[in-house]
Design a protein around this ligand. Structure first.
Ligand SMILES: Cc1cc2nc3c(=O)[nH]c(=O)nc-3n(C[C@H](O)[C@H](O)[C@H](O)COP(=O)(O)OP(=O)(O)OC[C@H]3O[C@@H](n4cnc5c(N)ncnc54)[C@H](O)[C@@H]3O)c2cc1C
Length: 311
């Protein structure tokens, strides 16, 4: 079905939402807190004119324990995560990361699902329509050149979610509801590494829940580089976690179109882990901080994280 006029739908159940999805095909987007998608629409970066508002779907709400996992409904507001005793006790890193998002008002509106699915950013893309037209647009908005690199093949818009690095460092998984059925995948498998199309799922997938494994005794550290201490997107995020079996997961954001994941074990050469992380980060000159500064800060942040959690 072709949709040309503005349409707003609000299904009450997952079944209704899936029914709408099969009706509208590619011509819609889900809206949760709306803090990301509406800002992109206002700037003309998102031209969707049919929104399916999923905030009425009870199945996407709440936090519960299921077997050995804490299961966090995708619609959980970032500010509400701290109300869960289990999250406070076992996953304080998630609270620290959620608290780094935007400002208090944004955190009271934005959802965890929307945060892990928020759009990549770039200083040459997140501009007004006039600005982007004046420079001839870029690869991410139907131009034929990357303004940051001059290249014609790859877009390096940055993955900027604050909670995803913390979640991935603690082995988070996501449950997806799709017209074909339900599946659970590792959170990191959601991301392609392609700045134009950063997600492996298409717009017909509903993120239902985020799952974190319980009783892993995670110790973690989180650092975010930004120009101001509030209301600022990341220029580099590092999240490092170690579990009870001494497995280490290091995750970077803000320096690549996808989260950069490095795995190791306690006792591994830390300098080697840092080198791998810097090598994995395809940072380019598309941020308020220079590429070389952000790459240098990876070493500083990771050393600080290692010290903080004594690894
Ligand atoms: C001023 C400002 C500052 C910000 N600062 C930060 C920051 O510091 N850090 C940060 O990480 N983000 C920041 N953001 C971006 C945004 O606010 C957050 O990422 C927020 O968590 C997005 O959640 P949301 O519920 O509002 O998502 P929405 O805007 O509703 O949706 C975001 C995307 O996810 C999709 N989506 C949402 N939920 C689902 C679902 N359950 N299933 C399938 N698809 C879904 C939507 O279709 C859309 O593509 C900022 C935004 C603004 C306006």
């Amino acid at each position: 079905m072709m949709v040309s006029e503005n349409i707003y739908s609000k299904p009450a159940t997952l079944d209704e939402a899936i029914h709408l999805v099969s009706q509208y095909g590619a011509n819609f987007k889900f809206i949760a807190g709306g803090t990301d998608i509406m800002a992109n629409k206002y700037q003309g970066n998102d031209v969707t004119n049919h929104f399916i508002d999923i905030t009425g779907i009870e199945a996407l709400k709440g936090i519960k324990i299921e077997e050995n996992y804490i299961v966090i409904g995708a619609l959980t507001r970032l500010d509400d995560l701290k109300k869960s005793k289990e999250i406070k006790d076992e996953f304080p890193l998630l609270l620290e990361a959620a608290n780094a998002v935007g400002s208090p008002i944004i955190r009271k509106t934005a959802t965890l699902g929307g945060n892990v699915l928020c759009e990549n950013r770039c200083i040459f893309y997140n501009q007004s329509e006039w600005w982007r037209e004046a420079v001839g647009y870029c690869l991410k908005c139907s131009g034929n050149i990357c303004i940051a690199t001059g290249g014609k093949k790859a877009c390096f818009s940055e993955f900027i979610s604050d909670t995803a690095p913390a979640l991935i460092s603690m082995n988070a998984q996501v449950r997806l509801i799709e017209p074909e059925g339900e599946r659970v995948i590792a959170l990191e498998a959601l991301y392609t590494g392609d700045g134009v199309n950063p997600k492996t799922i298409n717009n017909t997938s509903i993120l239902k829940e985020i799952l974190l494994p319980l009783s892993q005794n995670y110790r973690g550290a989180f650092k975010k580089l930004r120009l101001r201490e509030t209301l600022e997107f990341t220029s580099l995020t590092t999240a490092v976690s170690i579990d009870k079996h001494d497995n280490i997961r290091i995750v970077l954001a803000g320096v690549d179109p996808k989260p950069v994941l490095i795995e190791g074990k306690k006792g591994d050469d830390k300098e080697e882990l840092i080198k791998k992380a810097i090598k994995g980060a395809r940072a380019v000159e598309n941020d308020m901080f220079s590429r070389s500064y952000r790459r240098d800060m990876i070493r500083v942040f990771l050393n600080n994280c290692f010290k903080q959690i004594d690894i």
